[in-house]
Ligand binder design. Structure first.
Ligand SMILES: C[S@@+](CC[C@H](N)C(=O)[O-])C[C@H]1O[C@@H](n2cnc3c(N)ncnc32)[C@H](O)[C@@H]1O
Length: 187
């Protein structure tokens, strides 16, 4: 019993040390997934989104990061194909999320920079959205790189051919995850 208690104390201390507080959004740790996001936002990311406003978010999910960005003064429209709980995220969106497929959202809001976090894996929809981005507009991408668990090869191929990286940002990662933020500009 004593051994269990001391292990628990160790784990609690470890979690506390690694905890990450985001103003307006709450506390994230490396070991647990909050139930509202697939990635860990930071204040820097929220402020970056403000700089690239106005933004259209596709694949918004429960829109935690987007709400945080709005709290920092960003102008963000959130969209998702379905507003429903999934394997990681439960509950309801934390701000208004328009129910619409990503390619249609891109056509409806063509004059905004685009934010996409954790686009679906092995799926061409991220690439189909990116193809619609006009020259000079930005894409803020949050997720894993080639061979990771987001988008598909055709998306990263398109990024290499028709976009250039203009900014990158590290974010804390959930255990076993290797995601980061990259801002691309359409050539
Ligand atoms: C992995 S979740 C990411 C959610 C959120 N961006 C985050 O980081 O927590 C992917 C989201 O993409 C949405 N999605 C999948 N295919 C879509 C499509 N074709 N058009 C719009 N949304 C789609 C799903 O409903 C889901 O909410």
């Amino acid at each position: 019993m004593e051994a269990v208690t001391s292990v628990q104390k160790y784990l609690d201390a470890w979690e506390k040390e690694r905890a990450h507080e985001v103003p307006g959004l709450g506390r994230f740790t490396w070991t647990t997934r909050p139930e509202k996001s697939w990635h860990v936002p930071t204040l820097e990311l929220l402020q970056l989104m403000k700089r690239y406003s106005p933004i259209l978010s596709v694949f918004s999910g429960l829109a935690l990061t987007e709400r945080g960005a709005v709290g920092q003064g960003a102008d963000v429209i959130c969209t998702d194909i379905k507003i429903a709980p999934n394997r990681w995220c439960q509950g309801t969106p934390v701000m208004k999320v328009e129910k619409i497929r990503c390619d249609r959202a891109m056509r409806r809001y063509p004059n905004r920079n685009v934010f996409m976090a954790w686009p679906p894996f092995g799926d061409p929809s991220a690439r189909k959205c990116a193809e619609q981005i006009k020259t000079g507009r930005k894409l803020i991408y949050v997720g894993e790189d080639w061979y990771g668990c987001n988008a598909d090869d055709s998306f990263f191929d398109l990024m290499g051919r028709e976009f250039r990286e203009i900014e990158t940002l590290r974010i804390p990662r959930f255990s076993g995850i290797n995601d980061s933020v990259v801002v691309y500009e359409r050539l």
